[in-house]
Ligand binder design. Sequence first.
Ligand SMILES: N[C@@H](CCC(=O)N[C@@H](CS)C(=O)NCC(=O)O)C(=O)O
Length: 258
Amino acid sequence: MTEYILYNAPQSTCSQRVRFVLNAKNIAFEEHILDLFSGEQLRPEYLAINPNGVVPALIHHGHTILDSSVIIEYLDEVANEVVCFTPPTPEKRALMRWMMRYVDEIPAPAIRVPSYNLAFLPHFQKMSQEDFLALANSKPLRKEFLLTMGRTGFPQKEMDQALDKLNRTVVRMNEWITQNKGPWIMGNDLSLVDIAVMPVIVRMADINLDSSWSDKPLISAWLENIQAHPVFKKTYYPGSLLTEKYPHLAFLRDKIQL
Ligand SMILES: N[C@@H](CCC(=O)N[C@@H](CS)C(=O)NCC(=O)O)C(=O)O
């Protein structure tokens, strides 16, 4: 049996965190790509692995590890020979985990709103209302999210709130980098919190929300640094960016009010 098996999706921001850590640690893994639009994550065989019906899921030596933040912490614990992304002292570890909770609480859910409104909505608009409701009701974790979006998209108020959360994250990240003297969030070393927030910042740049940090050179430098990391390209393999599948998104800059 392969030591590591990853169930994930190329454009899934949560999956990108896990792929980055696996690649950085030089861990070979069997990759299973799920088509989230055809509902492969909701099939009984996958729900038996992850009852929440979301990716990623990691299987290591037959043990199932769920939730991207939990998975990257797990990987840093069991495979820390090549590189370690967790600080050495309990105080710093607590600080990193607190920052990771912020990322999971504020920007990780917020980035889904523009992603769905701008890119994924047409997939749902093609469905009949009946099929859409049946799909929404079958989602263990995202039922309310999908029902709020409906087949017309999130209302402007939801979009504004999400963009506000993303902007506040950029401000917070800038403070963290400044306080810790950069170039990474916790200072000199790349840590799990950088990897946790990476997909949000990369997605924002991808869908033209990078004006959020036009006055924050530390964030631009942080993004350049992560993009220059040796495993960035391997993690964001072709098809991982939204603009690769939805080229019209590259031209939306003027339509989104920040
Ligand atoms: N907290 C979970 C969230 C996982 C999650 O929301 N995954 C998304 C992709 S990033 C998904 O599988 N969505 C499928 C769906 O909404 O049906 C984690 O970090 O692993």
